[in-house]
Design a protein around this ligand. Structure first.
Ligand code: HEM
Length: 146
């Protein structure tokens, strides 16, 4: 009886450890690597810029944008956010979108364009969701009207 009880405890502990050990292995997969590292992030941003330029719902927001800087800052931002070896040196999300009157529909349109860009770059769905989850909270600083 006692032995059976012990066996159960040991098995339960073993299961627990398996879970504890398995957890960091999953978390250790850097999103940056899942996106394809530097080459991958640059490719995603470039596809994203093409999508934005073609998107009649929101391309009017970018008519006066310095595309070279925007591209550079987006690459830095996606790289840094995903755990890559970069530092974001651009303006805060609040500063860079202030006064643009961006609404939820415009925000969602931009997110759709990013998803299409990632699809085109063959980014796995799980990795897409990881990047989107990091970007989603930024809506608070970007959207100014309902
Ligand atoms: C999660 C969503 C978004 C992210 C991560 C993001 C990221 C950025 C970054 C990194 C910059 C460059 C900042 C700098 O120059 O220092 C920027 C600028 C800009 N963003 Fe966004 N943005 C987002 C949503 C939007 C939306 C929804 C719009 C409009 C539909 C928009 C329009 C712009 C424009 C027009 C600029 C250029 C501003 C300028 O010319 O100085 N962004 N954004």
């Amino acid at each position: 009886m006692y032995r059976q009880g012990m066996q159960q405890v040991v098995m339960t502990l073993a299961l627990f450890c398996a879970v504890v050990v398995a957890e960091p292995v999953v978390a250790a997969t850097r999103l940056y690597d899942q996106l394809g590292g530097e080459v991958g992030v640059v490719a995603i941003v470039d596809q994203f810029l093409f999508k934005l330029a073609d998107d009649k719902r929101i391309n009017h927001f970018f008519v006066d944008t310095n595309v070279k800087r925007f591209r550079e800052k987006l690459i830095e931002q996606f790289c840094a956010l995903s755990g890559g070896p970069c530092t974001y040196t651009g303006d805060s999300m609040q500063q860079s979108h202030a006064g643009m009157d961006i609404n939820l529909a415009a925000f969602n349109a931009l997110v759709e364009d990013l998803i299409e860009a990632m699809e085109q770059c063959k980014v796995a769905t799980g990795a897409q969701n990881r990047l989107l989850a990091l970007l989603a909270p930024m809506h608070q600083d970007i959207i100014e009207k309902p």
